[in-house]
Write a protein that binds this ligand. Sequence first.
Ligand code: THU
Length: 135
Amino acid sequence: MIKKEEQQALIDLANEARRRAYVPYSNYPVGAALRTKSGRLYTGVNVENAAYPQTMCAERVAIFKAVSEGEMEFEVIAVVTNNGGSPCGGCRQVMAEFGLDALVLLADGAGALQKVMTVSELLPEAFTPKHLQNG
Ligand code: THU
C-alpha cells in the first residue's frame, strides 16, 4: 500500500523530472517516477528525435532504467503531463510485462492527482509472458 503523502512525493518527483523532458517537436513534456517493490525510485522523461518514430516515452524510460538495474517488480508509477494524459498503448503493454497489479497515478502539471488505476485496468485482457508459457 502506498500512503497519500507517498503518492504525492512520487508525483512531485515525476513532475520535477518532467522539466528534463526533451520535447522540441511536440512540446508535450511527460515525467514518470517508478517505485519498485524493493523501494527504489527511477524517473523517466520523454525523449524525442528528429526522426519522429525514434521518440521514447517517459514511462518506458523509467521502466527500462529499472529493469537495466535488475529491478522488475514495480509497486507504483506516477505519470505527469500538462493535462493529466493517459499512458499510450505501447507503454501499457510494457507495464503489463512486469505485473498487472502495479498502481498507475496520473497527475496534471500542477501535480494534482487526476486518476489512480492498476495496470490491468489500463490494459484489460493483456497479453503477458504467461501466454508464451503454454503456447
Ligand atoms: N508520450 C509519453 O511520454 N508517454 C505516453 O504515454 C504518451 C506520449 C510522449 C511521446 C511524445 O514525446 C509526446 O508525449 C507526444 O506524443
